[in-house]
Design a binder for this molecule. Structure first.
Ligand code: SAH
Ligand code: TYD
Length: 405
């Protein structure tokens, strides 16, 4: 039995992915000699409804001065964060006297908007290489991990925040109580904590199991977020679905009793109970669906190999690390992965050791089939490649099920 990171209740895992490497550890041949692996199992706590990894690597193994994820590689995400910033500015009536803090500001994709709107802001970003990019955009950044201690320092040295923002970061942090204590201290009386992360309801509905990897220690729902907010005298006051990262949820949290709880929250919690996110059965069905995708995809790739087809992959995502390692996809089945991120290029994918090549070489490689690991950007990518793919080449996708198009 394992203990819940939120409420200490005991629970069992519902899926065991076996040994996994660090999802973003795209490495040289030499670095692969000492590849770190951890046991990746996921469980559901029936008391507080939190879905979580049972074990997670130390944070310094994932977030450091060579971090491979740069937020601004997608044009869609750049415009998403422009709209996100605008919505916060109008919700909180932000101006030059306001103060915005972002947790996990990465290359500045969100805060660059507040800088250009002249709204004072501060980024917290422990991965130094990505933080440097944001500093070069004129953003002030503290290169440390956010927690209660850092929140105390910021409250003292700056001012209380009108808005604390975070995207695709909260679900990475196992020491969640320290974060909520920090938020409670740093937020001013009318302040809001707004964050978004891949949404558990979408993950279960689409069987997007590849959202589960070392960095994603939690898969959130309105049920679990309202539970933890309550534990800290805070309140979930709004939820807004997003299409980013294959289906996300934006949560707005305020000091308890200060803001009206929106009907969206009440409806989403009702829906989550209807689809069984508060019961173990839903998670057992999910595991069965993951294993069906596994069998179907491996069968397809084996058939294509036997037919002499050239299969390459597109997008060296963190998510693909779960797919390749759990399914056993090696260079034998997928020759290489093409990606636009310089730090990932001419390296090998974690665990499966598939070569990652610069995107510039993709079209010359003349593939028959392209396995789309960056399926969450499928609209942007398929549009870009429509002429090249023509009628002779085919995409392979596997969420929600295996499909050749
Ligand atoms: N917000 C960006 C980046 C998400 S990647 C986006 O949505 O695109 C997750 C980021 O969180 C990484 O840059 C990582 O360094 C940072 N991070 C991880 N733990 C953190 C913590 N405790 N405090 C602040 N940032 C953290
Ligand atoms: P993403 O899906 O954002 O992240 P995660 O790592 O969280 O699973 O990663 C997208 C990857 O795909 C990133 O390495 C950049 C790459 N990419 C391309 O190569 N071409 C593209 O057109 C796009 C949109 C992304």
């Amino acid at each position: 039995m394992n203990k819940c990171l939120i409420c200490d209740n005991s629970f069992n895992p519902f899926v065991d992915f076996g040994n996994m490497p660090i999802a973003n550890a795209f490495s040289t041949k030499k670095e692969l000699e000492n590849e770190y692996l951890f046991s990746m199992k996921v469980g559901f706590c029936e008391n507080c409804n939190m879905v979580q990894l049972l074990e997670q690597p130390d944070r310094e193994k994932m977030f450091h001065d060579n971090y491979a994820f740069f937020s601004s590689t997608s044009n869609y995400m750049i415009s998403h964060f422009r709209k996100f910033s605008n919505s916060v500015t109008s919700l909180q009536n932000l101006d030059q006297k306001s103060f915005v803090v972002e947790i996990g500001s990465n290359d500045g994709i969100m805060l660059q908007n507040f800088v250009s709107d002249k709204i004072p802001c501060l980024g917290i970003e422990p991965s130094k290489n990505v933080a440097e990019v944001s500093k070069s955009k004129g953003i002030e950044v503290i290169t440390e991990f956010f927690d209660k201690l850092l929140a105390d320092k910021i409250s003292k040295n700056y001012q209380k925040a009108d808005a604390i923002l975070s995207a695709n970061v909260m679900c990475h942090i196992p020491y969640m109580h320290s974060i909520y204590e920090g938020v409670k201290t740093l937020l001013n009386e009318e302040g809001v904590f707004i964050f978004e992360d891949p949404y558990l309801g979408e993950i279960i509905e689409k069987t997007s199991f590849d959202q589960i990897y070392d960095e994603h220690v939690f898969l959130f729902s309105a049920l679990s977020i309202s539970h933890i907010a309550n534990m800290h005298d805070l309140e979930l006051v709004n939820v807004e679905p997003q299409i980013t990262h294959g289906g996300s949820m934006r949560y707005t949290i305020a000091h308890k009793g200060v803001k009206q709880v929106s009907q969206n929250v009440i409806s989403l919690i009702k829906k989550e109970k209807e689809i069984g996110l508060d019961r173990n059965d839903a998670y057992l069905d999910f595991t069965a669906s993951v294993n069906k995708i596994k069998n179907d995809l491996i069968e397809l790739l084996n058939n294509l190999k036997n037919a002499g087809k050239k299969v390459v992959a597109y997008g060296a995502t963190s998510k693909s690390t779960t797919v390749t390692n759990y399914f056993g996809i090696t260079p034998n089945l997928v020759e290489c992965i093409y990606d636009t991120t310089p730090i990932k290029q001419n390296k090998y994918s974690p665990g499966a050791h598939i070569p990652v090549l610069p995107y510039d070489q993709f079209r010359d490689s003349n593939p028959d089939y392209v396995l789309l690991f960056a399926w969450n950007h499928s609209e942007e990518i398929m549009k870009k490649e429509i002429d090249f793919m023509g009628d002779q080449r085919h995409w392979i996708t596997y969420i929600p099920n295996v499909k050749v198009s």
